[in-house]
Design a protein around this ligand. Structure first.
Ligand code: AMP
Length: 142
């Protein structure tokens, strides 16, 4: 299997609910390793840039407001098939549709306050990791 990297964002509602450690534990139990991590309070400019593909969607303004309402924790996650594996443990975007035991089923409040982000493809992962991290900030294990 291919070792990949993907970007996770632990969103403001998860930090406000003090479940940061629990979310990290989900990654670790899934065999995914943390290659880099930083806490940051996103600026409006940074949040808009990150979600630029959704700029025309009706939820865009609310999403940017939510993402800038409190700090986030950005993580580079690595492991075998990390993009897909991370998507599996995250659960559906809408927590009402998320499988039992997934991070969103446990910690999401709504479609917007859905606890975490995870890159949806290797191409997205590369863009998203580079959007937040310098190469030298990522701990290399392979
Ligand atoms: P994605 O690029 O798939 O990660 O989607 C970006 C984020 O937008 C999701 O994680 C949700 O937080 C939010 N989102 C997506 N669809 C909706 C929606 N219909 N209403 C509110 N927020 C949404």
């Amino acid at each position: 299997m291919a070792v990949e990297r993907t970007l996770g964002i632990i969103k403001p509602n998860a930090l406000n609910d003090d479940v940061l450690g629990k979310v990290i534990t989900h990654y670790e139990k899934a065999g995914l390793k943390i290659a880099a991590m930083k806490m940051t309070h996103l600026t409006k400019e940074k949040a808009e840039g990150f979600y630029i593909e959704h700029k025309e969607r009706p939820f865009f303004g609310g999403l940017v407001n939510f993402m800038t309402s409190a700090p986030c924790v950005l993580v580079v996650i690595e492991g075998d098939n990390a993009v897909l594996r991370n998507r599996e443990i995250m659960g559906d975007t809408n927590p009402a549709d998320a499988d039992e035991g997934t991070i969103r089923k446990l910690y999401a409040k709504s479609m917007q306050a859905n606890a975490i982000h995870g890159s949806d493809s290797q191409t997205s992962a590369e863009r998203e990791i580079a959007f937040f991290f310098e190469k030298g900030e990522i701990f290399t294990r392979f």
